[in-house]
Structure formats: C-alpha cells, structure tokens
Design a protein around this ligand. Structure first.
Ligand SMILES: Nc1ncnc2c1ncn2[C@@H]1O[C@H](COP(=O)(O)OP(=O)(O)OP(=O)(O)O)[C@@H](O)[C@H]1O
Ligand SMILES: [Mg+2]
Length: 601
C-alpha cells in the first residue's frame, strides 16, 4: 500500500532512472526485426564505406598522376577502372540504401511502437486499483499516447543512423591513421574535449527534459480530470478558476519546454562549431608542418588533401552522432516513465499455483480478515463470516463503514492484508483471477456504460451472446420496456457513459448486463438506488427469483430491498456489529432496529 498519492499539481518522483541497459531493453523490442535491422545497417555502412573511395582516388591522382604530367602509369590503369566502378556503384548504392532504410525503418519504428503500446495497455489492464488510486488518470494516458509516439522517431530516424555515423567516424579515423598517423593522433586528442562537452550537455538536457515531461503530465492530468468533471465544474461556476489553473499549468510547461529547448538548440551550433574548429585546427597544424618541413618524413600533398576530405567526413559523422545523442536524450524521460509502468508489479495477479475453477457452489468465508487502503489505517478488522451457498446477504451500516470494501475483497479488487477470503473452502488467491471473476457478477451504484449501442452494452459481459439472449436478459432486468420506447430500440447509440439515459435506466441496463453473464455469486452495491420505488418493487419480484440459487451480497439503503435477505449484516467500526434476519435483528432492538425505525421505505 502506498502512502503518497500524486495529484495534478505535483511532479511525479522518478522511480526508474535512465541507464544504458534501459535503452538496450527498448532496443530489445526491435528483436523481431533483427534481420531487417542488420540488413539496413549493413547497407548504410557499405554505402558509407564506398563514399570514402573518391578521396582515395584523389590521393592517387595528386601523388601518382600529377607528378607524371597527368599520365596514368600503366600498372594503375586496371586499379583505376576498379576504383571508378566503385565510385559509380556508390552513387547508385546511396540512393537505393536511403530508400530501403527509410522504408524499413518507418515500418519497424511503427510496429515496435505498436507492440510497446500493446504491452503498456496489457500492463494497465493488469494493474490493481491501488495503482490507479495513487495517480491521476491523465498521467497514465500521457504515457500510452504522447510518450510512446515520441519514441517512434528514435526507431525510425536514429537507431540505424547512429550506428552508421559511429561506423563512419571510426572508418574515417582508421583511414587517417593509415594515411598519416600523426594527424590521426592529433584528431583523437582534440576530439576528447568535444565528446566530454557533448556528454555534459546531454546530461543537462536529460534533467531539463525530465522537468518538461513532468509539467506536460501535470497539465494532461488536469485536462483529463476537468473534462470528466465538466458537469460539476459548470454547476459550481468553476470555469474561470479552472481556466486560470490550466493556464498556470500550461505556463509552467511552456517554461520547462523553453528551458529544454535552450539546451536542444545549444547542441547543434555547439557541436557543429566545435567540430569545425577542431578540424580547422588540425588542418592548420598539418599545413604548418607541411610548409615548414618540421617532421622528419614530410607530409605529401596528396595525403593532406585526402585527410582534409576525410576530416570533413569525420566531422559530419561526428555532427550526426551529436544530433542522434540529442534525439536520444530527448526521449530518455519517456523511456523512464514507460518502463516504470511496465516494471510496476501487478500486486493482484495469479499465483503460480493458482488453479482454474469451473462453476463454484457459492459458499463464502471471510476468515479473520484485516484490510487497509492506506498503510496503518485499518478499514476492516478481524472480519469472520461464513456464508452458505445460495444465501442472500444484505450489508447495511453508516457511510464509510466498509460495506463496499468487504465485497471488493471478494472480487479481489484488493487483496486482504491479513486472513483470507474463501469460496467453497478454497482461498480465492489460489484461483485464477479470470475464473474467480467469471463466477462473480458485480454491479455498483455508479455503473459504467461504454460508447456503442444499447445491445453492445448488454453483450459486454458475454461477447458471444446472441441478440435474443441479450433481449431476454433485458426483459428479466425490467429494462426492455424503456429500451423499446427509444426510437431505435436496442440499436440506440450511447455516448460516453450513457449520458443520454436516466440514472435509473442506466442501472436497469447494467442489471441486464449482469444477468446475461449468469454468475454464481452476485454483488449489488446500491445497484437499484436510482430506480423509482414503483419499478424497484417490480424488480424486487424478479430479484427474488433471480437471486435464487446464487449467493448474493446486496448493499442498499432502501430497507424494502434487503428485508427478505437471509442474513443482514450491520457493519460499523471496522467490524460486523449485528448479524441475523430482519425479524431477528428487529427483535434485538439494536443498531439495525434503530436504522429500520428511521428508514423510510
Ligand atoms: N480507494 C480507497 N483509498 C483509500 N481509502 C478508501 C478507498 N476506498 C474507500 N476508502 C475508505 O475506506 C472506508 C470504507 O469505505 P467503503 O467504500 O467500504 O464504505 P461504505 O460502507 O461502502 O460506504 P457507503 O455507504 O458510503 O458506500 C471509508 O473510510 C473510505 O473513506
Ligand atoms: Mg459503498
């Protein structure tokens, strides 16, 4: 259980810190495309290699041909043909490789992002409510949408090009070593501060981008919450105040964005300038040595010209590496956040030894159960309940007593802190979650309906149900009548959360959805509270038949709903205070009798 809950105005603490192994994990996602990746990289490297040939030809021309008054020596002719053919192949190769690289990289990048997003979604479906309790939904959304989108660029543009550029840098350097080792040494020595500076800049950018992402996340969290709560916002005239909050959050994001842009912008001129200056310095030194003949073995003119060309290739490759470094640094925070979600342990998950259960009988036992949402603050203490299959159990008690919590534990929405919950004598943690939840049907007061037709929404609990089955369930739930009054009947389109239905209609529809699933254990948490007394009475009649043969937990404030329960549990002060039938509890004249006395039927 987590003590700290993140809010929209608070930056999240980074639990995962970016590291090279993390980048390798991301690259691992490209595993499926290893063959494509190797092919494309090899092609790029091959073309880069070929692009070094013209300079070598220049050296031969300057050193061998020009001194002979421009006449090519006999033994050079065949070599010249080979070199020129390579030169020609180079131009074609460059066009082909660029085309293939862009095609393969785009496909690979998008596929990888698709897989990564799928894994993220699977994980989010897997995570327990505790995870969602602790952060605003917008901060989760932004990871699945924006953050993953931004990673696509890395796979499309950077992953192959960075290898190509590093290779080009190495190969040009090796060429310089072969032509003139003294200049190569100067190159190596002068390069060190460049890379050190780039590393410092990358670190600063990483820190700033992390701040930027936090501000972006805060803004999205507020936006998502605002749209969700628009009705309340309008009802309380909060538009102006919320606009102010949003603009403040946007301002903070903008400031952070400009902060990281400053570093991003520094990358290019700095890397470009420094690399150019380094090259110039090296060439200047070379020219000086050449003119003044300071070295024992003097430089040839051909070597100087060729090294000059290679230095230019070296500098453009180094610049490209810097560019990729900037691009990769830009997404490091996204990688941290994405892996943070993927690495969050799913607290409520199948044990390795968990078994699939078919249809349960419906005996339920709570054995010495303790539970807290927040560590140290117990909501339930020592709950000991033994319920026979087929019984209807009503839970009553003051607001916040723990009624919903008790039934949430039965569905394993949360796990008990101490003790156990058993169905047919078997600990529910030893059953697979899927088979447990298949046997339990839950309906809460604030039911959720999805975008789609009324029929789609009923079928949600049993995707393979026929239209007739869905309609039958609607009839049993007393929903058929109001559905048929709609112009398009079962084909009526519902928008987000069925806002075009009344509260009671939504509950009847959810009831139909529940009945279609036909679970052995039913949990109704204030499930009929929005239905008018007249309809509720009718529902009540079917209720009794429908709940027959199933164990049911009914939480309701209306006493008519619970009067017929086999057992009524009065929950208060973290425990079951009274337990018995309506008559027994009335005769006892305790808490329940007091409640019943006050209760308006
Ligand atoms: N997700 C949560 N995180 C932290 N505390 C919670 C959470 N859900 C409920 N609580 C707290 O646990 C206690 C029991 O809540 P619960 O929802 O079980 O009450 P209830 O008996 O169903 O009340 P009501 O009749 O109002 O629905 C309350 O004090 C509530 O504030
Ligand atoms: Mg409740």
């Amino acid at each position: 259980m987590c003590l700290s809950r993140n809010l929209y105005f608070e930056d999240e603490v980074n639990e995962e810190k970016f590291s090279l192994p993390m980048l390798m994990r991301l690259i691992h996602y490209a595993g499926k495309y290893k063959a494509d990746y190797i092919k494309v990289t090899a092609l790029l490297i091959g073309t880069s290699f070929l692009s070094l040939i013209p300079a070598a030809i220049n050296m031969v021309i300057i050193n061998e041909v020009l001194p002979q008054n421009g006449v090519l020596p006999q033994d050079m002719k065949s070599k010249a043909v080979v070199l020129l053919s390579f030169w020609f192949a180079l131009s074609i190769g460059a066009v082909v490789s660029n085309y293939i690289t862009s095609k393969v990289s785009t496909k690979m990048g998008n596929d990888i992002i698709c897989n990564l997003r799928k894994d993220l979604f699977d994980k989010l479906m897997d995570l327990s409510f505790e995870y969602y309790d602790n952060r605003p939904v917008g901060k989760i959304l932004v990871r699945v949408t924006n953050y993953t989108d931004e990673l696509a660029g890395f796979f499309i543009n950077d992953m192959t090009r960075v290898v190509e550029s590093v290779f080009l840098m190495l190969i040009t350097f090796i060429c310089i070593v072969f032509i003139e080792i003294r200049l190569a040494l100067v190159t190596a020595v002068v390069s060190i501060p460049v890379w050190f500076l780039m590393w410092l800049l990358a670190r600063a950018l990483h820190r700033q981008v992390r701040i930027e992402r936090n501000k972006q996340s805060n803004r999205t969290a507020f936006l998502a919450e605002d749209i969700n709560g628009l009705e309340v916002i309008k009802a309380f005239n909060r538009e102006a105040l919320n606009e102010e909050i949003f603009s403040e959050l946007s301002e903070k994001y903008h400031k952070a964005y400009m902060g990281s842009t400053r570093y991003r912008e520094m990358f290019f001129p700095l890397s470009h300038g420094i690399i150019e200056m380094t090259c110039t310095a090296i060439l200047y030194a070379a020219a000086l040595f050449l003119i003044t003949h300071q070295w024992e073995s003097p430089l040839t003119l051909g070597a100087v010209v060729t090294v000059t060309t290679y230095m230019q290739r070296f500098s453009s490759a180094a610049f490209s590496v810097c560019q990729r470094l900037q691009a990769i640094t830009n997404i490091t925070s996204n990688i941290e956040r994405i892996f943070e979600v993927l690495d969050t342990p799913s607290r409520i998950t199948d044990r390795e030894t968990a078994k699939e259960v078919d249809s349960v009988k419906g005996n339920v036992d709570f054995e010495q159960v303790d539970f807290s949402y927040v560590k140290g603050v117990k909501v339930l203490e020592n709950i000991d309940l033994h319920i026979k299959a087929g019984q209807m159990i009503a839970l009553v008690g003051p607001t916040g007593a723990g009624k919903t919590t008790i039934v949430s534990l039965l569905s394993r929405f949360y796990d008990v802190e101490h003790g156990s919950v058993k169905i047919d004598g078997k600990d529910i943690r030893d059953m697979t979650l899927a088979s447990l939840r298949k046997n339990i049907g839950v309906m809460m007061q604030d039911t959720f309906l999805f975008h789609g037709t009324i029929l789609d929404n009923i079928r949600f609990s049993k995707p393979d149900a026929s239209d007739e089955e869905c309609i039958e369930a609607a009839k049993q739930a007393y929903a058929h009548e109001f559905i048929m009054k709609k112009e398009k009947g079962y084909e009526t389109m519902l928008s987000g959360n069925g806002s075009e239905l009344s509260g009671g209609e939504k509950q009847l529809l959810s009831f139909a959805r529940l009945l279609l699933a036909d679970p052995k254990i039913i949990i109704l948490d204030e499930a009929t509270s929005n239905i008018d007394t007249q309809t509720e009475k009718a529902v009540q009649a079917v209720f009794t038949t429908l709940l027959k043969g199933r164990t049911s937990f009914v939480i309701a404030h209306r006493l008519s709903t619970i009067r017929n329960a086999d057992r009524i549990l009065y929950i208060d002060k973290k425990a079951v205070q009274e337990d018995g039938s309506h008559e027994e509890l009335m005769a006892r004249n305790g808490l329940y009798a007091k409640l019943a006395g006050h209760g308006a039927d």
